[in-house]
Design a protein around this ligand. Structure first.
Ligand code: NAD
Length: 445
């Protein structure tokens, strides 16, 4: 099938590449010419495990193309995917201008029937809005379909190739047939394609992300309570996760959710509910808990250092909002860096993939280390902010030699509390007991 993908970010690039992998002819369009040029030269603009092999293969075998020329991309395409940004607008509701503007541009160019598929996360009613634009600017028949994307950065290729489910919102028989055929190679193991109306499909995506964000905020509150009442969140997590109704996954506490999806999607759903005269109380609590959770680690530091972080140097391990991505959008690490700098501390950071993105965003306000151990040299403490695998079993003896004091504040609970006692660290994590000796005269805990 001939496919056009409009917007070649994390979703568009993965969608285009994975659709080419099953034999389709895919042209990806982006308005960012620099990005397009990079991809035309065979370079990937993002870090995403597993994509490089597929990208190279499909480019070499002439199934995957990149262009800034919308007309060239869509003219022969049977299906057009919109993988455009839907950032929060000034009021927190999703800004639909990228999607609606692209719909208008496409409507003015098409000369034959198209299935236009919205992969962007969009509020309920967007399919109607997109359809209205096509009706206004074109006489050509178009089926507008909602097909939210559930891929997770870091495992996006696997998620696309073997999705848990594919949700398709359409009431149009022709579009249903075309998309069933397009997606058939991805559901061979019996994972379902769930067809529904457009509105339910649009809401499904927000409901999924908001539910997951709720799970995170809930566990973060349980973790905070554990610290106050002397319980261990690891035990509580295992205890509740064994209940199949709850499930084992997504029960890990931390320093708040980030990324390009949860923060904006929870906010957009709350706004969308409000615009429909519904007060979605849980979502307000989820957002409030999350913004407080982003401050938990710095609060712990301040307590440890008697409220004086001036002149202290902190080594940060991890900047990306989660492991296996270079994405730093809404990453808790960024708020923590801000808080540390405002308190007069120095920051030396290391991340396996996200250093350049952070450097481009905040420049030389912090120091960037070449590897995880270099970051520790003469630092007063280590802060673990992203659970990259490479941080899970480090050389603790070397760490003790490099750090000025053997102090770790772990926002991701990577290490066993007992082992950290054996290693002789002061170790403070989330929802578990603090262990080890304090290493400062000013420490007050
Ligand atoms: P992104 O910011 O990484 O990529 C968007 C791309 O669209 C950019 O490269 C930008 O240059 C391009 N673009 C903007 N306007 C354009 C236009 N008129 N024509 C062509 N290209 C244009 O965004 P993303 O993370 O890929 O997310 C896209 C959508 O998918 C959002 O709605 C997001 O909520 C949703 N989503 C994202 C993820 C994720 O993990 N990133 C997962 C599921 C759903």
């Amino acid at each position: 099938m001939k496919i056009a993908v409009i917007g070649t970010g994390y979703v568009g690039l993965v969608t285009g590449t994975c659709l080419a992998e099953t034999g389709n002819q895919v042209t990806c369009v982006d308005i960012n010419r620099q990005k397009v040029q990079m991809m035309q030269q065979g370079k990937l603009p993002i870090y995403e495990p597993g994509i490089e092999t597929l990208f190279n293969r499909n480019v070499i075998e002439n199934r995957l193309f990149f262009t800034s020329d919308l007309k060239q991309a869509i003219l022969d395409a049977q299906v057009i995917f919109l993988a455009l940004p839907t950032p929060p607008g000034a009021d927190g509701a999703a800004d639909l201008s990228f999607v609606l503007d692209a719909a208008k541009d496409i409507a003015c160019l098409i000369t034959s029937y198209k299935v236009v598929v919205t992969k962007s996360t969009v509020p309920v009613g967007t399919a109607d809005k997109v359809k209205a634009i096509f009706d206004q600017y074109s006489d050509i028949k178009v089926s507008v379909v909602s097909n939210p994307e559930f891929l997770r950065e870091g495992v996006a290729v696997e998620d696309f190739m073997k999705p848990d489910r594919i949700v398709i919102g359409t009431q149009d028989e022709e579009a249903r047939k075309i998309l069933s055929e397009l997606y058939a190679p991805y559901v061979r193991q019996g994972n379902p394609i769930i067809f529904m109306d457009e509105r339910s499909s649009e809401l499904t995506k927000y409901a999924a992300n908001s539910f997951l964000a709720t799970k995170i905020s809930f566990m973060n509150e349980i973790a905070n309570l554990c610290e106050s009442i002397g319980a261990d969140v690891d035990m509580v997590r295992l205890g509740i996760g064994a209940d199949e109704r709850i499930g084992k996954r997504f029960l890990f506490p931390g320093i708040g959710y980030g990324g390009s999806c949860f923060p904006k999607d929870v906010q957009a759903l709350e706004k969308s509910a409000k615009a429909n005269q519904y007060d979605f109380k849980i979502l307000n609590a989820v957002m409030e808990v999350n913004s407080l959770q982003k401050t938990v680690l710095v609060d712990k530091l301040k307590r440890y250092y008697n409220n004086d972080l001036t002149g202290k140097t902190f080594a940060l391990w991890g900047l990306a909002f989660k492991p296996e991505t270079d994405d730093i959008r809404e990453a808790p690490a960024l708020s923590i860096i801000d808080a540390l700098l405002s308190a007069g501390a120095n920051v030396v950071a290391y991340d396996p993939e996200a250093l350049n993105n952070v450097r481009n965003l905040i420049g030389d306000k912090i120091t960037y280390a070449e590897d995880q151990y270099q970051a520790l040299v003469d630092a007063d403490a280590l802060l673990v902010l992203t659970e990259w695998s490479v941080f899970r079993a480090p050389d603790f003896d070397l760490m003790k030699k490099l750090l000025k004091a053997n102090v770790i504040f772990d926002g991701r609970n990577l290490y066993s509390v007992e082992k950290m006692v054996d290693h002789g660290f002061y170790y403070n994590s989330i929802g578990r007991k603090k262990v080890g000796q304090m290493h400062l005269n000013t420490a007050v805990e």
